[in-house]
Design a protein around this ligand. Structure first.
Ligand code: ZN
Ligand code: ZN
Ligand code: ZN
Ligand code: ZN
Length: 740
């Protein structure tokens, strides 16, 4: 997803492996990104480009004139099945393949307005009705749509406009006397029904993503940093030779505390995991739903009522405003490259968009400097100067005096303040020396192929949006050197992104007992993705604790219950006891125990609760005789017992076992971990069901505190906890238990 598709990746790696060693070495030891780019792109052959083009064709992003009818019919099927969301998305696909001002696009918009109406999205429905009319909706079909419009307006509490629409409808009907329709009766019949529906819908209209987004957007930094306008005063800006610009905590940070709140400099919608269809007519029509169909390609807002780019079937937006802004900023250059960008992956796409967006910032100055560097380089072949390096130094210069002013932190302004601009992005470390040579080769060739396509598509498009003709003159004296500059900048960004880009995903709930990455796996990931060795206190402590067998894997002495310690032979840690036992023996006992609990779990699943409890109790006794009290297997047995008793409705026993499981989870994951949050949530439910009012209330409180940090204040779990709380608080003063 981030990197190019596998076929292109392995093609380039194959090409790399066939290069003469001397050439590989030159690329591997090239001092600057400019050299890496020059050397690599000189090796890009026409057949490579042909191969890449054939891959790009797997992603069809053009407009197919036969598609609108197909998608409209598929949408109608979903509509019949009352799957209005599915129908809306399919009509959107139809819209995105239609040319403007055709009957196709008008019909798709009209049908989508009906789906949105059933979803209670009346504003969006009205907009689609307007769009259908704008694109020439056929007169003969108008009455039905006007009726829908009137109903929408009534639902939105706009009676005057509704009656105006009814007047329009009447005059339309008199002109089409053949149609037997009684709009007033239908309207009146629907009115009451409609009002009820509105009341129901209002509660669910603002659904999860929107509510969470609003909650987060309204969250504020407690105190703003003077140095970084978008960060909290709990952090300050620092710099490190190997890590680059970084934030450093200046005081203890609370769980859930907001540290940074900044708009992304640039973003690209991740299309989602939908593999390309094999090339061929017919299979272009894809009824699968992906992220690309559900979110605005500019502002990333969730929407079912998208408006498509006039030039391609891929880019879709929440509004005409987003469409217009996207076209001005970047899509005019990207539109013709859709399939290629999907083939080359998100990093390449983000890199391109970065440079396109930056054209409207200080980029003119940046490009001019890069141009000068490369032009002079081409003439007199100077040695050491990396245009990119010079550029980043150059940005620190004061334009008026021309003398370099020391900027202690790369990418900050002359006053030492960080600002969200291209300079800040440009100065993020590309980690050139840490990326493998073949990875750099892959990125350089991908970028080079992209530049060739940009050139073919008309490089003027890139400079067309620039504000002043002076800038244009500076940017586009002639095409080739400019594309080289562009290529070097793109390569730099592509390499930066691995360490600096953020993927935003929707929150996905995972069940409890999902063990997170251990210290070794975590450090491995940090090293491979971020070239980062963490030596912080927390990591060191955890590494130390794990090295000396963790408590959740520890054994206890069978005679005195103290902790067993040692290597192949474990001995009792209590001074007075001489018990010793081999690790192999304990491991065999543990395996046997896990077999037994597996059997118990099967009983539990098949609903044989009494038998399951009997089996689990045996396992529990056995476990307690040789496992340390915080051993994870013991915790799981307690959790299973709690589940079995809950299924029997024995809330007291269930709660008692869950309490034990809770201590194990706490020992392993910590008191404010998400795992702990899920266990507390379960306990709250059990106590609630058992009318244990004070315990339930205090557990709800704890669970809320922990889960709010991990899942956000609007998650299903938090809402359920709040409902339980208000339900308990509404109980009569003396709680009445179930009649016995
Ligand atoms: Zn938008
Ligand atoms: Zn387009
Ligand atoms: Zn660490
Ligand atoms: Zn002992």
């Amino acid at each position: 997803m981030d990197l190019p598709v596998d076929e292109w990746k392995s093609y380039i790696l194959q090409k790399w492996s066939l290069l003469p060693t001397a050439v590989q070495l030159t690329i591997a030891t090239a001092e600057t990104l400019s050299d890496v780019f020059l050397l690599s792109s000189s090796l890009l052959q026409p057949e490579d480009e042909m191969f890449l083009k054939s891959l790009s064709r797997g992603y069809f992003v053009g407009k197919d004139p036969a598609a609108p009818l197909f998608y409209r019919e598929e949408g109608n099927k979903k509509f019949q099945e009352k799957d209005y969301t599915g129908a809306a998305v399919l009509y959107s696909k139809g819209v995105s393949h239609s040319r403007p001002h055709t009957e196709d696009i008008a019909l798709c918009y009209a049908n989508r307005s009906a789906a949105l109406f059933h979803l209670g999205q009346f504003e969006a429905c009205l907009e689609d009705i307007g769009r259908a009319q704008l694109h020439g909706y056929p007169e003969r079909l108008l009455p039905k749509m006007l009726l829908r419009k009137a109903e929408c307006l009534v639902a939105l509490g706009r009676p005057q406009e509704a009656s105006q629409t009814i007047t329009d409808l009447e005059s339309n009907l008199t002109s089409q006397a053949s149609l037997a329709l009684s709009p007033f009766q239908t309207l009146q019949r629907n009115l009451h029904h409609l009002k009820m529906k509105v009341r129901d819908k209002e509660a669910v209209m603002e659904t999860f993503p929107a509510v969470l987004a609003n909650a987060l957007e309204n969250m504020d930094l407690r105190e703003e940093s003077e140095q970084v306008s978008s960060a909290s005063s709990s952090v300050s800006l620092g710099t490190d030779p190997s890590k680059g610009r970084c934030l450093v905590a200046t005081k203890d940070v609370l769980p859930g505390e907001l540290l940074v709140k900044e708009d992304a400099f640039v973003s690209v919608l991740i299309p989602g995991e939908v593999p390309p269809l094999p090339h061929g007519l017919g299979s272009r029509w894809d009824t699968r739903i992906s992220n690309g169909d559900l979110y605005c390609h500019r502002c990333l807002k969730h929407t079912l009522a998208t408006v498509p780019c006039d030039g391609c079937s891929y880019a879709k937006y929440c509004s005409l405003e987003c469409l217009r802004r996207a076209w001005e900023l970047y899509h005019s250059a990207e539109c013709a490259l859709g399939g290629l960008l999907l083939t080359l992956g998100i990093f390449c796409h983000v890199a391109l968009r970065l440079t396109l967006v930056a054209r409207f910032q200080d980029f003119g100055k940046v490009i001019r400097k890069l141009c000068d560097e490369i032009n002079s380089r081409a003439v007199c072949v100077p040695e050491s100067k990396d245009p990119v390096k010079t550029l980043s130094n150059g940005l620190g210069e004061r334009e008026t005096s021309g003398t370099a002013v020391e900027t202690p932190i790369p990418g900050c302004g002359v006053n030492g303040k960080y600002e969200n601009n291209y300079n800040a992005v440009f100065n993020l470390l590309p980690q050139t020396e840490n990326h493998s040579p073949e990875h750099k080769f892959l990125c350089a060739l991908s970028v080079s192929a992209l530049c060739k396509q940009l050139q073919a598509a008309g490089f003027q498009a890139l400079t067309a949006g620039l504000k002043s003709s002076k800038l244009k003159a500076a940017v586009a004296p002639d095409l080739c050197p400019d594309l080289h500059v562009w290529g070097v900048a793109l390569l730099r960004h592509m390499l930066q992104l691995q360490c600096n880009a953020q993927a935003i995903t929707t929150i996905q709930q995972t069940g409890p007992h999902v063990s997170r990455l251990g210290i070794a796996a975590r450090q491995q990931k940090l090293k491979s993705q971020y070239f980062f060795n963490c030596s912080c206190l927390a990591c060191q402590t955890e590494a130390h604790a794990t090295a000396a067998a963790p408590r959740w894997e520890a054994f206890c002495c069978s005679s005195c219950r103290a902790l067993l310690q040692g290597g192949d032979v474990l001995s009792c840690s209590s001074g007075s006891c001489t018990e010793a036992v081999s690790r192999d023996h304990l491991a065999a006992r543990l395996r046997d125990l896990q077999r037994q609990t597996g059997l118990a779990r099967e009983l539990l699943r098949s609903g044989e609760l009494e038998k399951a409890i009997q089996q689990l109790s045996g396992c529990q006794r056995d476990a307690e005789s040789f496992l340390w009290a915080e051993h994870s297997v013991l915790g799981e047995i307690e959790d299973d017992l709690a589940q079995a008793y809950a299924a029997l409705g024995d809330w007291k026993k269930s709660a008692a076992h869950l309490q034990k499981s809770l201590t194990v989870v706490e020992a392993r994951h910590g008191p404010s971990s998400v795992e702990m949050g899920h266990e507390l949530f379960k306990l709250a439910q059990i106590l609630f069901n058992g009318f244990e009012v004070p315990e339930a209330l205090s557990t709800i409180q704890k669970a809320e505190t922990v889960l709010a940090v991990h899942c956000g204040p609007c998650s299903d779990e938090i809402q359920e906890l709040q409902q339980m709380k208000s339900c308990l608080l509404d109980l009569p003063p003396v709680p009445v238990g179930p009649s016995a």
